[in-house]
Design a protein around this ligand. Structure first.
Ligand SMILES: Cc1cc2nc3c(=O)[nH]c(=O)nc-3n(C[C@H](O)[C@H](O)[C@H](O)COP(=O)(O)OP(=O)(O)OC[C@H]3O[C@@H](n4cnc5c(N)ncnc54)[C@H](O)[C@@H]3O)c2cc1C
Ligand SMILES: Cc1cc2nc3c(=O)[nH]c(=O)nc-3n(C[C@H](O)[C@H](O)[C@H](O)COP(=O)(O)O)c2cc1C
Length: 605
């Protein structure tokens, strides 16, 4: 963990020469708050590398009152929001410690006086992987008395899930029950949260600032940025995606497969975008033109009509194609669309009063279905105001830049099903299915420091990645190959049929022959009478799995969060319990210790 303390930038208190002082002032005047936070983390990181004493403030500095910003994030959103809060606090001259919950020592909590928590929710109402340790600690007997601490919680979630922002609710409840006082009302934000962040940042700091200044006057800045300091900022981000070119889209499942999986190559030339194996690529997409046109027809709206979106005027059809969410449905749409209808739509109004019925109604329907089944009299602007902004989809990167340089590869499973007499296709995966070489696509890199190859090239890996979960392991293996890393690699892959669904078969068999892959076990679930999944292979080879772990192997799981990751975890607990001769609780602790040591990492969705 890195820490740095800088005084307010007056030449008198600074150790800089007048020339250095001037240079810093000039640079600082050009930086955004986020860039300032990044730079302070970067400098702290380089001071640490250069042998400085991380975390040790100068002997003369008084211990300043610190706002600790703790974030728990799986796909980067909460991390970025926490970074915004820290940057704004820092710009106000407050002392702030920005820390990933994964790197936070729970015992430290008893020393905190001012804490802002920013946390998303994953799985089915679960905290992100990186927040699990702190989440569990807060509910345990070891949790300290927090009376005297002032806290504020921001939750990010998705209202289409049953347990909306549950992790944030849990964090606030637990902190409150330990005696902390909640100083500003908990805010729970849906996927289109971005516009509300600046207001929340200001309100939160307005509450904390006088409290912090009452303890020590403003003047110091402590910024802790593990992870962020390691990655250079690029001009391109989720807020400013790079317009890349599609290089190739190839179906890599067989003609008779039940699945349509595409290998996608995207060209990043000229972007300066850099990524590491384990990162994801964020992809914005266009909605299907045919479906948009039939939606316009159902509503009797003219696509050329101008609407206003985010302060910009544009034709309705363009907004529907490029900017708005039409494939994922969520409660807010039903509410707003029904309320806007010139003549009431009783079926939708009734649904609004029954949460469970609304949820099951939404589960099987896209926005297109709701509109076709309940065409209402709404204006173009009312339709736009009922819809939420398109969110980019993330895909685990399936390539190493050491191998593919200015390209990035993805493995995209096309979401498709038939219902209500029409074909349904996922927003982004449908876009990928339609994409052709030379098409444009807006992308950004979303770093994931919680899914990384071992720093030691000699350390072994066990990679469990059924279905599209194979993607990051293709990147891992390309990277280890390019590095000449000599650690053992064990890949466990699964899918329905050997002949139809063996993704990247030739490449992985080549790696087996070359020795890069020490072993590969496959589970083709439907090639025999009984279903066989990756978790069966883990149990079947339990003695070896345990022996690899005992010898220091790093364990990775990628793919389906709902069933696979849970079943694999259960199999791992059984294997550790059986071969380590311990009970299930001890086996859970064994895996938790691996997780804390970054040797059990999951990228599940
Ligand atoms: C960190 C991360 C990494 C990821 N990596 C990958 C990857 O490597 N490869 C990959 O393919 N995906 C990956 N995903 C998933 C990906 O981001 C998208 O969620 C996925 O491609 C679907 O997006 P879409 O826009 O095509 O579908 P959407 O338009 O988002 O529609 C999906 C929704 O449709 C509904 N739905 C799906 N099937 C049915 C059905 N049969 N009946 C009724 N409703 C249904 C569900 O509500 C589902 O949530 C990853 C996700 C994350 C968070
Ligand atoms: C696999 C998956 C599961 C999710 N489960 C929930 C959930 O149960 N409840 C919820 O409110 N949001 C859920 N979300 C939505 C996320 O909380 C939301 O996208 C959030 O902005 C992610 O923030 P992060 O990038 O900091 O992790 C889920 C998202 C994904 C990808």
């Amino acid at each position: 963990m890195t820490a740095t303390t800088t005084s307010a930038l007056t030449q008198g208190s600074s150790p800089l020469s007048p020339e250095q002082h001037q240079l810093v002032l000039e640079l600082a005047s050009t930086l955004t708050p986020t860039q300032k936070v990044w730079l302070s983390g970067y400098l702290a990181g380089s001071a640490e590398t250069a042998g400085g004493a991380p975390g040790a403030p100068p002997a003369s500095a008084a211990e300043p009152a610190t706002l600790t910003v703790l974030y728990g994030s799986q796909t980067g959103n909460a991390k970025h929001v926490a970074g915004d809060l820290a940057a704004a606090a820092s710009a106000r001259g407050l002392t702030v410690a920005l820390t990933d919950m994964a790197d936070y020592k729970p015992n430290q909590l008893k020393n905190e006086k001012f804490v802002a928590v920013v946390v998303s929710t994953h799985g089915e109402g679960d905290p992100p992987e990186s927040a699990e340790k702190l989440h569990t600690f807060l509910a345990s007997k070891k949790a300290p008395d927090l009376s005297g601490a002032q806290v504020s919680v921001l939750g990010l979630g998705d209202s289409s899930y049953e347990f909306y922002c549950q992790a944030a609710v849990d964090f606030e409840d637990r902190l409150r029950s330990l005696g902390a006082s909640v100083v500003s009302e908990r805010l729970l934000l849906d996927v289109d949260y971005e516009d509300q962040i600046p207001g929340w940042v200001e309100t939160t700091l307005d509450v904390f600032e006088p409290e912090l200044n009452a303890v020590t006057p403003a003047g110091g800045t402590v910024v802790q940025l593990p992870g962020l300091a390691a990655t250079a900022p690029t001009a391109y981000s989720k807020r400013n995606p790079f317009v890349a070119e599609v290089g190739e889209v190839q179906k890599i499942t067989g003609r008779d497969s039940t699945k349509d999986v595409r290998h996608v190559e995207i060209l990043l030339e000229g972007s300066g975008l850099a990524y590491q194996p384990g990162d994801s690529l964020g992809v914005f997409f266009s909605n299907d033109p045919g479906s948009v046109d039939s939606l316009l027809e159902a509503l009797g709206l003219d696509g050329a009509q101008e609407i206003t979106l985010g302060g910009q005027d544009k034709p309705l059809r363009e907004a529907l194609l490029e900017d708005l969410e039409l494939t994922q449905s969520y409660p807010g749409f039903v509410e707003k669309y029904a309320a806007a209808a010139a003549t009431p739509v009783p079926a939708l109004a009734e649904l609004g009063e029954d949460k469970a019925a609304l949820r099951s109604f939404l589960e099987t329907r896209q926005i297109y279905d709701i509109v076709h089944q309940h065409p209402a009299q709404v204006t173009a602007q009312q339709l736009v105001d009922s819809l939420r902004k398109q969110q980019p989809r993330l895909y685990s990167i399936a390539s190493s830049q050491q191998e593919v340089e200015d390209e990035v590869h993805l493995t995209v499973g096309v979401i498709e099903w038939r219902d209500f007499g029409r074909e349904h296709v996922g927003g982004c995966s449908g876009f990928v299915r339609r994409a052709e070489e030379g098409d444009s696509v807006r992308v950004f890199v979303e770093p994931n420091d919680h899914f990384r190859l071992p720093a030691d090239p000699g350390a072994a890996t066990i990679m469990i990645g059924p279905g599209t979960g194979i993607a990051p392991f293709r990147a891992f293996l390309q990277e280890r190959d390019a590095q000449g890393a000599d650690g053992d690699n064990w890949l466990i892959f699964g899918n329905p049929h050997f002949t139809q669904d063996f993704l990247y078969q030739v490449e992985f068999q080549g790696y087996l022959r070359s020795g890069l892959l020490t072993r590969m076990d496959v589970a083709f679930s439907r090639d025999q009478a009984e279903k066989v999944y990756v978790q069966h292979r883990i149990r079947q080879h339990g003695a070896e799995v345990f022996s690899w772990l005992e010898q220091g192997a790093h364990l990775y799981v990628c793919g389906d969060a709902n069933r696979m990751a849970k079943d694999v975890h259960a199999a791992l607990v059984e294997v550790v319990a059986e071969h380590g001769r311990m009970d299930a609780d001890a086996a859970e602790d064994y895996l938790a210790t691996l997780r804390d040591g970054k040797r059990y990492q999951r990228d599940v969705y």
